[in-house]
Write a protein that binds this ligand. Sequence first.
Ligand SMILES: Cc1cc2nc3c(=O)[nH]c(=O)nc-3n(C[C@H](O)[C@H](O)[C@H](O)COP(=O)(O)OP(=O)(O)OC[C@H]3O[C@@H](n4cnc5c(N)ncnc54)[C@H](O)[C@@H]3O)c2cc1C
Length: 317
Amino acid sequence: MNTIYDIIVIGGGPGGIGVSVESKILGIKKVLLVEKSDNHSQTIRKFYKDQKRVDKDWQGQSVSLDGNIDFFDGTKESTIDYFDSLLDNHLIDAKFNCEVDKVIKTNDIFEVNTNCGNYFTHNIVISVGRMGKPNKPSYNIPPSLRTQVNFNLDKCGNNENIIVIGGGDSAVEYACELSQSNRVTLCYRGASLMRPNPTNKEMFEKFVSENRVTSKLGVDIEGLESEHGKVKVLYSDGTSQVFDRAIYALGGTTPVDFLKKCSVQLDEHGEPIFDENYETKTKGLFIAGDIAFKSGGSIAIALNHGYKIATYILNKI
Ligand SMILES: Cc1cc2nc3c(=O)[nH]c(=O)nc-3n(C[C@H](O)[C@H](O)[C@H](O)COP(=O)(O)OP(=O)(O)OC[C@H]3O[C@@H](n4cnc5c(N)ncnc54)[C@H](O)[C@@H]3O)c2cc1C
């Protein structure tokens, strides 16, 4: 006989970990967490630089935690360690390298189709984040520049002339970090940086005043060209500059196709429709974490989603 879980959680980031752990703490027994990569928290592992400061109040959003899971300022490494301990201490049944393809609901039971088999559940929570597909610029990236145009810091070396494009916390953190061993320009189309939290704004201003980062605000980029294998940036004011590398830090997109395959109804903007308990139009199907935000969720907010959903499901069963 196939097990029918109380909850299957898709995605092992903060939202998925939050739902799984809160569910176990509240006494829900049959909970399964499925994660497509070889370990939890892929956004943190892949997009955060090593030793990155992790702020509880990310993007200036002050969040108080509702549930049983605590969360505090730390680093990339301490955050991953903390999530390791949550999964271990609460004996979370987690399947890694297990990518969900689609979810089908038949007679109030969901069938979850994955590359490691099919699973059955009464409730399902989708928390797949947005960073599976980072936002790209509207203009084309010339194929010959693909190795020098990046969306995280994986390929960065030292002594390069780098342009970081974006106006949020990630862009500021990338620029300041890279400036330790590279020449860095931060380019944002707005006249000032409004989105970063106060700590990052202050850090940025300090780095600019000390000439460690060049600030290029109030000008948009219209395209990229290859110039002798380097990245030539064409600005909207008619000027251009050549860099060794360009890094876009523009956030991520809603995984529309995946949500459709999981029977999540979307609004006219392609965003999921859900109620105050994060339940979608398909009863028993919830969304959590960054995909419940048009832009800019946070770890603490994702953990709060987990508590809210787990409490609601507990009251149903
Ligand atoms: C550079 C950067 C810096 C940041 N710094 C901070 C900070 O300091 N503080 C803070 O609070 N927030 C920060 N954030 C935001 C924070 O990382 C996100 O809000 C948070 O990770 C969202 O959690 P999530 O669970 O919704 O999604 P994610 O963390 O994106 O996790 C989604 C998980 O789902 C998995 N998955 C995707 N598709 C499938 C599938 N089909 N089947 C199975 N698994 C799947 C992915 O592999 C991934 O592990 C930062 C974000 C970035 C990009």
